[in-house]
Design a protein around this ligand. Structure first.
Ligand SMILES: [Zn+2]
Length: 432
């Protein structure tokens, strides 16, 4: 029989008579206002049943006997605390009976699934996985963009297009946001918020089963958008225009019932010579008569950039081309498409562009685009700040002396409170 130990980590307190036990769970940034039911049920169960134990090393054996909580505990409380702003939120306050019921209903099934489910699910966790060498489900893509291994050798890393763009903009920003998870506490800029709302709206419609094209649905008005999102009146009006534009470009139009439609589908590949896990989450992947199509939807107040090629302006398209070419998705790049749906806030100005991953010149350009972004990231060891206009919208500026000084010296005319329009690239960055 296998023994499982159920532990909890956080700041814990108890009243002198042990009738009340509290735990404070730290969050980076601001306090979380909610956590999943299963997590809260598991946490509160340990609060009722557990005993404080000295910290052990990983290889030490757990205690032979099960612990027993203080019998007199009448109430456990769970709080979340934000380490950056000191904010706090009460997540739960319950007696032992309620904790027991909630554990049986929510936590036990989740723990059972975690202990018994041996399916693989390639993704971010591949970075720390010790079984990667024998894993048949993680697709190998040697030479994906022809990168050079960095010297000295580094531990395994993941790379997404978001990482590449953050690093290209400013290595310090990439390091602070992606490695140290120092998130900004200020509000997202308007363009990013609007983009996220449009994305969420489309994801929900495209995720409906049976599938239904947006053209066959009612056109949402600004009031519908406002009611369903946190957008202000102006942004809601623009988002409604974008959603109306999308109806003409909806990929589900005319799609047969037996096609696959995968919303926010995680695509993972492993580049063995770099020891890098590549992560991508296209907005939509779908099949159309044996063809696999990767659709990215971008919202913008500006037309598509004319001077730069599509793959250069939107590196996620370049990565899509390479992943198709490497056979990570679909089995024939010559029968696949990478699509960009560019939604504008002006009627009649949206566009749908297609890139063919079966064409050698597209693959070559995609390799160049990703290599130019990835190699500096993989070789970087110091993550020096690179100041510029982007400092105004940087998520980690509060922790960056150079960026703070830059913004003090170059106040943005339109917006100290980040109300300015984002540059086209920032809308993508903000949306990950
Ligand atoms: Zn649609």
């Amino acid at each position: 029989m296998r023994q499982y130990e159920h532990t909890l980590w956080g700041r814990m307190y108890a009243s002198a008579d042990e009738t009340v036990r509290d735990v404070w769970l730290p969050s980076l940034g601001r306090a979380k206002s909610a956590r999943p039911d299963a997590e809260l049920a598991a946490v509160s169960q340990v609060m009722v049943q557990g005993q404080a134990t000295p910290r052990r090393r990983a290889r030490d054996l757990p205690p032979a006997a099960a612990t027993e909580g203080a019998r007199c505990t009448e109430r456990v409380r769970v709080f979340d605390v934000g380490c950056a702003d000191g904010s706090a939120a009460t997540l739960l306050s319950a007696g032992p009976g309620e904790v027991q019921r909630s554990f049986t209903e929510h936590a036990a099934p989740a723990l059972l699934a975690a202990a018994a489910d041996d399916r693989t699910q390639p993704g971010e966790s591949c970075v720390d996985c010790k079984a990667i060498a024998g894993c048949a489900d993680l697709r190998r893509a040697p030479g994906l963009w022809g990168g050079r291994p960095s010297a000295p050798e580094r531990r395994r890393r993941s790379v997404s297009v978001w990482d590449l763009r953050l690093h290209a903009q400013c290595p310090a920003q990439y390091h602070l946001v992606r490695h140290l998870h120092l998130d900004d506490l200020s509000a997202e800029n308007r363009g990013a918020r609007r983009g996220r709302a449009v994305d969420a709206w489309l994801d929900a419609r495209h995720g409906d089963r049976p599938e239904r094209a947006c053209r066959d649905r009612d056109v949402p008005g600004p009031d519908d958008v406002r009611a369903a999102t946190d957008l202000d009146a102006v942004s809601a009006r623009e988002a409604a225009v974008m959603l109306a534009e999308h109806r003409m470009l909806c990929p589900l139009t005319g799609l047969g019932g037996n096609e696959q439609v995968l919303v926010q589908h995680r695509v993972t590949a492993y580049v063995p010579e770099l020891d890098v896990v590549v992560l991508a989450t296209p907005d939509l992947v779908y099949t159309h008569r044996g063809r696999w199509i990767w659709r990215e939807t971008k919202t913008s107040a500006r037309p598509l950039p004319e001077r730069e090629s599509l793959l250069r302006s939107f590196p996620q398209l370049a990565l899509g081309v390479l992943l198709f070419h490497a056979g990570v998705l679909g089995d024939d790049p010559r029968r696949s498409w990478v699509e960009l749906e560019h939604l504008r806030d002006a009627p009649g100005h949206s566009r749908l562009e297609r890139v063919d991953p079966g064409r050698a010149e597209n693959v070559e350009e995609a390799r160049a685009v990703i290599a130019e972004l990835a190699q500096p990231l993989l070789d970087d060891t110091t993550y020096e700040p690179r100041t510029g206009r982007h400092c105004h919208g940087c998520q980690a500026r509060r922790w960056c002396r150079a960026g703070t000084a830059y913004v003090a010296d170059h106040p943005s005319p339109s917006d100290p409170a980040q109300q300015r329009e984002p540059a086209p690239q920032e809308e993508d960055c903000a949306r990950g």
